[in-house]
Design a protein around this ligand. Structure first.
Ligand code: 5GP
Length: 145
């Protein structure tokens, strides 16, 4: 990790707690290096987050094997999103640092079925938990098939 880094990894961040099994989430996919789950405040229907099982705040310290694993999981999730939500457009977004608007300091890739001109506000409106559970189930079923 860089010496001049402003943000140090906090083991109590919300995604670390998910990886530890301390808080619930709607799982879409998991393998030995990554976890994918529904975003609780989606910017569009079907918004998924992919995180590495590496403790890193942002892209700067993401190790190559985890970077590759995140992208491979993202490809699986994106293919499932295209089918489930019947949208070709999937926005891949990733914020580095609070200045960029990052709010959770464990690296994560956003996959949002939307159009850049229609994108909703970032991390504002809570989704219905039942809808998230159903969406996660549909996505997971396609990925596992
Ligand atoms: P960032 O601003 O760091 O790029 O994105 C953090 C994302 O995490 C936001 O889109 C926000 O909605 C999502 N988020 C924040 N808290 C939780 C949570 O407790 N559960 C889930 N599933 N997503 C969360």
């Amino acid at each position: 990790m860089s010496q001049d880094k402003q943000t140090k990894y906090d083991d109590n961040n919300i995604f670390a707690k998910m990886l530890n099994g301390d808080i619930p989430y709607h799982k879409v996919f998991e393998d030995d290096k990554t976890l994918a789950f529904m975003d609780i405040m989606p910017q569009a229907k079907g918004h998924v987050l992919v995180i590495p099982k590496q403790k890193t705040c942002d892209l700067e310290d993401l190790e190559p094997e985890y970077a590759a694993a995140v992208l491979m999981t993202a490809k699986k999730v994106m293919q499932a999103q295209r089918q489930v939500f019947e949208r070709e457009g999937i926005i891949q977004m990733q914020l580095n640092g609070s200045e960029a608007g990052q709010t959770v300091f464990h690296y994560h890739l956003h996959l949002i079925p939307s159009n850049i001109h229609e994108l909703g506000k970032h991390a504002v409106e809570m989704a219905d938990q039942k809808e998230l559970a159903e969406q996660a189930k549909q996505l997971a079923a396609l990925i596992d098939a």
